[in-house]
Design a protein around this ligand. Structure first.
Ligand code: OXD
Length: 307
């Protein structure tokens, strides 16, 4: 019995290396598999639609990353398999560092200075101190809480919003219908929500208006959360002063996209926190063992909640 790796980008090397080192099962890719009946588990990232159709003994599909929206984009995702995702210290640590860097860069105007340097302009700008700045984490799950704790530990005033209350020392937790109250207190809003039908397009004109005038937006979740046209309007009318975007509706971002021309937007190519095969492999191997032993799997995904 075996595990199948499936990635649209076919970047298999690090995963093959990491899994083959310690796994007691065989590991294939769609290019190397000979007998589809051998496959019991698939580990995937943005698999082409219909990828799971030909594996009669498939029991588990695991996302290679924290996000699982890519799984549900496939209408032929088998109904009777268990779904898992990655919860990993390196993934959380990388996200903590990335968001912290963006918050500091924003309050000390580093993006603006990079633009001014291009224009050979010497122009001191007003900066803020960490202790004066409140950061709201929209999506206060595993990654959101890790980021919140890091920001709080360096002195930012942090709050979090999620469906259920989270008890994190020093961080105010808002839930469900308290979204407006949460937004009112955010100088910086960090989106770390899962992408579901309820959260698609949530970063829109209505939400921006609830933020303090001139708030800063950081989206490190999914491009589908952001109404890109509404962001341009909010930047034009000063509702939002700037944004750091790591994710986009279409990736890579098309060359003619309006965002390229906006100085107030700092863009990175979906690199905030990238799954590390060597770090993730032990939990995949453990889940394979649990599957074979009929035990409960780690980091299961709810089909109902879609995260
Ligand atoms: C993830 C990602 O979900 O890299 O892990 O976006």
């Amino acid at each position: 019995m075996a595990l199948l790796l499936i990635r649209q980008d076919k970047k298999y090397d690090s995963w093959l290396q990491a899994l083959k080192k310690d796994a007691h099962f065989k590991v294939y890719t769609p290019e190397t598999i000979k007998d589809p009946a051998e496959i019991k588990m698939a580990l995937t990232w943005q698999a082409p639609v219909g990828s799971y159709a030909n594996y009669p003994n498939l029991q588990v599909i695991g996302s290679m990353g924290a996000g699982v929206d890519h799984l549900f984009e496939d209408p032929s995702l088998p109904q009777d398999v268990t779904l898992t995702r990655v919860v990993d210290e390196k993934l959380s640590g990388d996200m903590q560092e990335f968001v912290l860097t963006l918050c500091l860069s924003h309050i000390k105007n580093l993006n603006s200075y990079a633009q001014l340097q291009e224009q050979t302009l010497w122009k001191p700008l007003k900066y803020s101190r960490i202790s004066e700045v409140s950061v709201g984490i929209l999506g206060f799950g595993t990654l959101g809480q890790a980021v919140g704790k890091k920001l709080s530990s360096v002195g930012f005033q942090v709050s979090g919003w999620s469906q259920s209350t989270k008890d994190v020392l020093g961080i105010k937790s808002f839930t469900g219908d308290q979204l407006d109250a949460f937004l009112e207190g955010c100088d910086i809003l960090v989106c770390l929500l899962p992408l579901t039908e309820d959260t698609r397009g949530i970063l829109n004109a209505r939400l921006f208006k609830k933020l303090p005038q001139g708030a800063y937006l950081i989206n490190v979740a999914r491009g589908g959360h952001l109404n890109e046209t509404d962001l341009i309007t909010a930047l034009d009318n000063g509702n939002i002063s700037g944004a750091a975007l790591d994710v986009f509706q279409t990736e890579p971002l098309p060359e003619d996209h309006a965002f390229w021309g906006r100085e107030e937007i700092l863009m990175t190519p979906h690199v905030a926190s990238v799954s590390n095969a060597a770090s993730v492999a032990p939990q995949v191997i453990e889940n394979y063992r649990r599957m074979e032993a009929g035990e409960e799997l780690l980091d299961q995904v709810s089909r109902e909640k879609r995260y």
